[in-house]
Design a binder for this molecule. Structure first.
Ligand SMILES: Nc1ncnc2c1ncn2[C@@H]1O[C@H](COP(=O)(O)OP(=O)(O)OP(=O)(O)O)[C@@H](O)[C@H]1O
Ligand SMILES: Cc1ncsc1CCO
Ligand SMILES: [Mg+2]
Length: 258
């Protein structure tokens, strides 16, 4: 399967991406979206949703550091996106760590995100399967979550992206895998959250499956480039932003393996 070139229109249009994300991810996610070529805005107050979500090219919702007032904003933003046909991406960070978070994740999922993006432990737990996730970090293999990913895609009409050493994306019928990147990537916090934000930018300019695949490939290519320059997780972050900006549309085909 080849990657449809959505990166060219992404950079040409630089879509506005409304990101509701966590305190850990806000800065790096905004920098990732900018480096790739789009325009992020981080806001979550329910009072701003009716003005802001409809003028955005896409919405992303990440529950990494949630609290009750934020949840009201998240639900309102997802409903507003649905009303206005704005694509939105859901990242159910560590939703299995508390009953509260579990319930919030199911409430947001029931609103049928355009794309669901999580690590293998998060995707497994959405279907009630006990995995080995440790907080925000995955303890499960992507392959172990594949069947659940396909079932969730069919149930909610979402494209499901499961990340790890080899990423998997499915719409319930088609499946593609993306290899590459670097073992340093999970050692840098909030890179998955940043990928969710970038997926929003891709979804603003292309169909959901192609958008998810394009964003996954963009991360893997940039991760590989950055790892060749970096001497550890710290310098990796700097090189990763440079690499995201340097990636060319044709580079993305190299990492799609099936
Ligand atoms: N072992 C690995 N080798 C290569 N790439 C990896 C590896 N683990 C993760 N990645 C890549 O790192 C990026 C983030 O995926 P990951 O599964 O770590 O997200 P996450 O657990 O949600 O992260 P976070 O919650 O810290 O934001 C993806 O692009 C993924 O392909
Ligand atoms: C470490 C961490 N804790 C809550 S959100 C987050 C960022 C990675 O998901
Ligand atoms: Mg995550």
């Amino acid at each position: 399967m080849t990657v449809t070139d959505i990166l060219t229109p992404l950079r040409a249009q630089s879509p506005l991406v409304h990101c509701i994300t966590n305190y850990v991810a806000m800065n790096i996610a905004a920098n990732v979206v900018l480096a790739a070529g789009a325009s992020p805005a981080m806001l979550h107050a329910v009072e701003e949703i009716t003005d802001f979500t409809p003028i955005s090219g896409a919405l992303t919702i990440n529950i990494g550091t949630l609290s009750a007032p934020w949840v009201v904003g998240m639900i309102s933003a997802a409903e507003t996106a649905n009303t206005h046909n704005i694509p939105w991406v859901f990242d159910p960070v560590a939703h299995f760590v508390s009953n509260y978070r579990k319930g919030v994740a199911q409430d947001i999922l029931s609103l049928r995100p355009t794309i669901l993006r999580g690590n293998a432990s998060e995707i497994l737990a959405l279907a009630g399967e006990a995995g080995s996730g440790k907080g925000a970090d995955s303890g499960d293999a992507v392959e172990a979550a594949e069947a659940v990913g396909v079932a969730l895609a069919r149930k909610f009409g979402s494209v499901v992206a499961i990340t790890g050493p080899v990423d998997l994306v499915t719409d319930g019928t088609r499946t593609a895998r993306v290899a590459g990147g670097s073992e340093i990537m999970p050692q840098v916090t909030a890179l998955g959250c940043s990928l969710t934000a970038l997926m929003g930018a891709y979804a603003a300019v292309g169909p959901a499956f192609d958008a998810a695949l394009g964003a996954l490939a963009h991360f893997k290519v940039a991760g590989g480039m950055a790892a060749r320059q970096a001497s550890g997780p710290g310098s990796f972050q700097v090189h990763f932003l440079d690499a995201l900006a340097a990636v060319k549309p044709d580079d993305l085909h190299e990492v799609v393996v099936a």
